[in-house]
Design a protein around this ligand. Structure first.
Ligand code: NDP
Length: 306
């Protein structure tokens, strides 16, 4: 197997020298084990079973699992999930890592379970052209909401407008986040799907409506900070707007995944949910693709095709 090793924890933004490519000899699978081969990799890899001594995973089936950045893995099946068995031929299997996988479910649960969005409400989402954000906006539109997105390039602005977002702005070029948020929705926001943190979060909180709800999904602007940020955040907005804020991890609703994926698959088939992918070819390019994703090179789900 080829495997990418993290040589040392990142000091600030990751660099090429933090990663090392190694070759590894794998043992023969024992009874109950399978040998899986990566077909597509994301930060959460998706593979096919090429040798099996475990009846739950017949040879040739496709699975999703967290096996690391590696081409091959011997596994006893723990943490491997089979891709829906009735996956339609005409839907790319790679969507099992994107809109029809963990990122898509994150969007769905954030909207339905945490924010409990209702038709007619205004939803704000940042990192809106990413794997999670594109699905957030489209599902919110399907449910009759007005959607405002924030992204880091004009090409992403155009793409999200094509997808039906009501208002999209480029956070890198607006003169003031506060003004951009006000202009996009002068009446404020009922719901805020938060992926970014930092300055954006501070600017968005005061723009919430009274009794607004915030789902804290991610904080991508903070992940490479050498020192954790401690604020200050607009504490008083929380009080005077009587806001409700909840952090969440997608795994909380794992028991609903199969039913949820079937629902989302129907939207994909009906053309109501579009899932763009940003595919880089070659296992060797994994660190570059990872760093590119952190810098916003991707529109939709960032993937490596082996
Ligand atoms: P994306 O596909 O959205 O990729 C990340 C995007 O973030 C980049 O394309 C870039 O787009 C944007 N970005 C990077 N740096 C900044 C910054 N400083 N400020 C604003 N935007 C930035 O990733 P995912 O869709 O996979 O993940 C989105 C978020 O959801 C992440 O924070 C992730 O950690 C979180 N997440 C949480 C889960 C949970 O269970 N809670 C599960 C899955 C994901 P741009 O060009 O717009 O800057």
């Amino acid at each position: 197997a080829k495997t990418w090793i993290l040589k040392q924890h990142f000091e600030g933004f990751p660099e090429d020298s933090d990663f090392e490519l190694r070759q590894e000899e794998l043992p023969e699978p024992k009874d109950g084990e399978v040998l899986v081969e990566a077909v597509f990799l994301s930060v959460d890899p998706y593979m096919r079973v090429i040798l099996s001594k475990n009846p739950a995973f017949p040879v040739g089936c496709h699975v999703v699992g967290r096996c690391g950045w590696r081409t091959h893995t011997v596994s006893d099946g723990t943490g491997l999930t089979r891709v829906l068995t009735d996956w339609p031929q005409d839907i790319p299997l790679s969507l099992a890592l994107g809109g029809l996988g963990m990122p898509g479910l994150t969007a769905l649960y954030g909207l339905e379970e945490v924010l409990t969005i209702k038709s007619g409400e205004t939803v704000l989402v940042n990192a809106a052209a990413g794997a999670v954000g594109t699905v957030v906006g489209q599902i919110a539109k399907l449910k009759g909401c007005k959607v405002v997105g924030s992204v880091g390039s004009d090409a992403k602005v155009s793409y999200l407008k094509e997808l039906g977002f009501d208002h999209v702005f480029n956070y890198k070029t607006v003169s003031s986040l506060e003004e951009a948020l006000k202009q996009a929705s002068p009446d404020g926001y009922d719901c805020y799907f938060e992926n970014v943190g930092g300055d954006f979060f501070s600017a968005a909180l005061p723009q919430m409506k009274v009794f607004g709800r915030i789902a804290v999904c991610g904080g991508i602007s903070l992940y490479n900070d050498k020192e954790p940020q401690t604020g200050p955040y607009p504490h008083l907005s929380m009080i005077f707007k009587q806001l409700k804020m909840e952090g969440f991890l997608v795994g909380r609703w794992e028991h609903k995944n199969e039913e949820s994926l079937k629902r989302m698959l129907t939207w994909v088939k009906e053309g109501k949910l579009k899932c763009r992918e940003h595919v880089t070819t070659g296992f060797e390019n994994m660190p570059a693709a990872f760093m590119g994703m952190l810098q916003g090179e991707n529109t939709g789900k960032a993937l490596i095709k082996i």
